[in-house]
Design a protein around this ligand. Structure first.
Ligand code: NAD
Length: 498
């Protein structure tokens, strides 16, 4: 029933291998479409096309490449409503949030329109007598992107504009749960004038991912998703000799100091904890209250959570949408049950919420939990739902120790009025992205995005300058132009400079 989503190979929609998967609407529980699934043979077909297309694309001038990216920017802006609508239908998030992720994805596209700057090499004249040196950056070749359900537009945009701008061909394997946005992007690239085969989409699950990680024609793999799969992709693709960046899961902590503006901190933590039903890798599922901040923060966050309107993402009055699947909803309820059974206090209880007219949707209300032991899985693991655990510590040093004890290191924030503690936090915390009175410190497109520890495997962060580094290889060239009658004696010594 509904619409059919198939692979986009060589500019054409291509049906799969026969196996399919339903595409569901999380707000209604209804099947809205059917996704064609690929396998290793689909990947092979796309790679053959990409290899041929990339050879030509690498020779296209920087001027023409960036003109296409400029046109793509205008087309994405014009198609924002269309893309946001399919994201809300398949992912569930609010239309405003969907438009927000498209805007944040556009930042990387805008960065890529000035890729000419980042591809400039260095040049040194006369490094030795009559000898010059210069460097240049060249594309890897064919690269793949494997992306999660929670940002069906923004996360792929972290990858493809830079990969394409630097001269690679890109094969996208989006999440099976919300695949339609990627096919719209493929259509827009075509309209922008990108040659067929430079951007392709292959849909599927593990067999497609594993084929992308091991295919000889692919030189680099960018992955964003959960930590176990990030590790698997990093190990499999690295063992196959590819360059890999694999961004994993998160369990981000926001520290609330006693000197903070508590009302401000609570409203910011609420947006981090409950925005997009907590299904963001930069969500804030843990608040760490320091000393006297605890009681006042609990009262303020309870008020914030209780005023949120939970409903379908397409309703303009909705603050918090459903979670992605019935399983995700069951996980949130189970982890809340387990915390309660372990003696935790459920300050705000999202279990049992029913949205009228949407009884089959995956809705769960905002939940706030406190008095939980620091080794309880509801605190230590990624719940990936609208659950905020409030941990209480006595002082700043204990807060730093707690944040650093997490195996994840994606994002963190401190709410304080003290420059002294903010500066120490920035220095001592073992996390890749830090917010000072900012709850979701997602770097802008011309910086790079990435965590530490179990939140990122590989050397390079995503997008920005590190994205250019990831999708290119450097060459260093040493040049000498002797005159026709110049002679030198041959020497067997290692060359030194004079
Ligand atoms: P996921 O790991 O289940 O899926 C990510 C991708 O891997 C999908 O394309 C999926 O098809 C594929 N995949 C799933 N299981 C696989 C398997 N067994 N073998 C090979 N491939 C497989 O993640 P998700 O549920 O789609 O997304 C949520 C997760 O992503 C959360 O953990 C979240 O923190 C994380 N995330 C991280 C970042 C970041 O920047 N660090 C950003 C967004 C999301």
């Amino acid at each position: 029933m509904g619409y059919d989503i198939s692979h986009v190979i060589d500019g054409q929609e291509v049906v799969g291998t026969g196996s399919t998967q339903p595409i569901m609407n999380p707000a209604t529980g209804e099947e809205v479409g059917t996704l064609q699934l690929g396998d290793a043979s689909t990947v092979d077909r796309a790679v053959q096309v990409a290899v041929a297309a990339q050879k030509q694309w690498q020779q296209v001038s920087l001027a023409k490449r960036t003109q296409i990216l400029y046109r793509m920017r205008e087309l994405v802006i014009a198609a924002t409503d269309e893309i946001a609508e399919v994201i809300t239908r398949e992912h569930g998030k609010t239309l405003g949030d969907a438009k927000g992720e498209i805007a944040r994805g556009l930042e990387t596209l805008e960065f890529a329109t000035s890729i000419t700057q980042d591809l400039k090499g260095g040049f040194s004249q006369n490094v030795s007598t009559g000898v010059d040196a210069h460097t240049l950056r060249q594309p890897l070749g064919v690269v793949a992107g494997i992306t999660p359900f929670n940002f069906p537009a923004m996360v792929p945009f972290w990858m493809h504009p830079i990969a394409i701008g630097t001269g690679n061909a890109f094969i996208l394997k989006p999440s099976e749960r919300d695949p339609s946005a990627s096919n719209i992007v493929a259509r827009l690239y075509r309209e922008a004038g990108l040659p067929d085969g430079v951007f392709q989409v292959v849909h599927g699950g593990k067999s497609v991912v594993d084929a992308l990680c091991t295919h000889d024609g692919i030189s680099g793999v960018s992955f964003v998703g959960s930590t176990p799969i990030a590790k698997h992709v990093h190990q499999t693709a690295s063992a196959a000799g590819k360059r890999v960046q694999a961004l994993g899961g998160a369990n981000n902590h926001a520290v609330v100091m006693p000197d903070a503006n508590i009302e401000f901190a609570a409203s910011q933590v609420a947006s981090g904890a409950f925005g997009s039903a907590g299904e963001r890798c930069m969500a804030v599922p843990v608040a760490v209250t320091v000393g006297d901040a605890h009681e006042a923060f609990l009262e303020a966050i309870k008020a914030e959570a209780e005023k949120l309107v939970v409903g379908p993402g397409a309703n303009p009055e909705t603050d918090m949408p459903p979670v992605i699947t019935p399983d995700a909803k069951a996980r949130v309820i189970r982890m809340t049950d387990e915390a309660e059974a372990a003696g935790a206090t459920i300050v705000v209880d999202g279990r049992g919420l029913v949205v009228e007219g949407h009884e089959n949707g995956n809705f769960v209300g905002p939940t706030v939990i406190t008095d939980l032991a620091a080794d309880h899985p509801t605190y230590t693991e990624e719940v990936f739902g609208p659950v905020l655990v409030v941990m209480h510590v006595n002082n700043f040093d204990e807060a730093v120790e707690l944040v650093n004890s997490s195996p994840f290191g994606n994002g963190t924030a401190i709410f304080t009025d003290s420059g002294h503690y903010a500066r120490r936090f920035e220095d001592e915390i073992q996390v890749g992205m830090i917010g000072i009175n900012v709850p979701i410190p997602t770097p802008v497109g011309y910086y790079s995005f990435g965590g530490w520890k179990d939140s990122l495997f590989g050397e390079h962060h995503a997008h920005g300058p590190e994205g250019v580094g990831f999708y290119t290889r450097q060459k260093a060239v040493t040049t000498r132009w002797p005159s026709q009658n110049e002679t030198v004696e041959s020497s067997m010594s290692f060359p030194t400079h004079d």
